[in-house]
Design a protein around this ligand. Structure first.
Ligand code: PHE
Length: 346
């Protein structure tokens, strides 16, 4: 089991721990915090964690230890019959506070991290950019000419004071920034929040999350694009899952395709989510249009590339079978608590 999963497991165990006698309290202490205790053991494993995860896992591990100590203190007080009478105890301002773990992982964050991990595993770096974008990075550099009807595909929220700035409608804008500032070869993914002026419903939201990918190298082929996306789906959903591609159109890729994967909800039999087809659309992709490379200062006679972009909410829906997108943003504790321990289940 990964260190991350083990931490989540112990967090859940701590919350459930109970003790009725002083011996049981001591057994809890030894099992968690003793020299060979579960928490202590994780600190030994932590030494092998890679640099990129050290900071996050280190913080979680320290918090786990603090929580275990606080829980032990609570259990001890619960069975301590030498303690002062209740009234006196309640009035004791020097009594240590019982620490309640606060907050928890959000499903969209969990799924985004998993998507990022799959691509990091095959050599992609992670890039980020601003949410308020200029016309150049969100549209022009990506081959959307002024007043081109393709701009209507992405119902844009403009920022006050003209059409020069908007909330980014996709994280392709980040890839323009990477191409402008980095010499190829490039392998990067851009996770982030994006905005479109859509009526909010079970299937659409005005704010959602994307992970877009970009690969630029010499002689990049469509077969590599297909292989990469197939690897992604199989890693995330299991080896039995596959993709199919349908021709499509995006201003910044040529040729372009829409990618479907086997429906995880019905397993291919047909259901409401896949509209009885057995397939669900999960992303757009294509070979980067040479004009886009040129707009970003990359010589298209030497370099070629592929790009893809997916919605995190859609992937999460297929993973957790969430029937209504709005659930993600209503902050209903009954929904959120199901993901609280940060465990990732499919
Ligand atoms: N940017 C596209 C969107 O937001 C997705 C996409 C990315 C399509 C890369 C093709 C290539 O809809």
């Amino acid at each position: 089991m990964s260190l991350r999963d083990r931490i989540a497991e112990l967090e859940a165990e701590l919350r459930k721990a109970e003790a009725r006698t002083a011996e049981e309290v001591e057994r809890f202490r030894v099992a968690m915090l003793g020299r060979n205790g579960a928490v202590t053991e994780l600190f030994a494993r932590f030494r092998q964690v890679g640099a990129e995860e050290k900071r996050e896992l280190g913080q979680r591990l320290n918090r786990l230890k603090q929580d275990a100590q606080a829980r032990w203190e609570e259990l001890r007080q619960g069975v301590d019959d030498s303690r002062p009478p209740k009234a006196c105890e309640e009035g004791d301002p020097t009594r240590p506070a019982a620490l309640d773990p606060i907050g928890g992982a959000h499903p969209i964050g969990l799924v985004r991290d998993r998507i990022v991990e799959v691509f990091r595993g095959i050599g992609f770096t992670v890039s980020q950019g601003p949410e308020v974008e200029d016309d150049h990075h969100n549209f022009s550099a990506l081959n959307f000419p002024p007043d081109h009807p393709a701009r209507d595909m992405q119902d844009t929220f403009f920022v006050e004071g003209g059409k020069e700035h908007s909330l980014r409608t996709h994280t392709s804008s980040v890839q323009v920034r990477v191409m402008e500032s980095t010499a190829p070869p490039i392998r990067t993914i851009s996770p982030g929040r994006v905005y479109r002026n859509e009526a909010i419903s079970a299937r659409a939201h005005a704010m959602f999350h994307q992970v877009e990918g970009l690969y630029v190298d010499k002689d990049v082929s469509f077969a590599e694009l297909k292989g990469t996306l197939d690897h992604f789906v199989k890693t995330l959903f299991g080896p039995g899952m596959g993709i199919r591609m349908r021709p499509s159109y995006f201003p910044f890729t040529e040729p372009s395709a829409e990618v479907d994967m086997n429906c995880t909800i019905c397993g291919g039999d047909g259901c409401a989510v896949c509209k009885q087809s057995g397939w669900v659309e999960i992303m757009g992709c294509g070979m980067v249009d040479p004009a886009v490379l040129a707009n970003c200062g990359i010589d298209p006679t030497i370099w070629s590339g592929f790009a893809f972009g997916m919605g995190v909410e859609r992937i999460a829906q297929l993973m957790y079978r969430v029937p209504d997108l709005r659930l993600y943003w209503e902050n209903d504790m009954r929904f959120l608590e199901q993901f609280r321990d940060g465990t990732f289940r499919t």
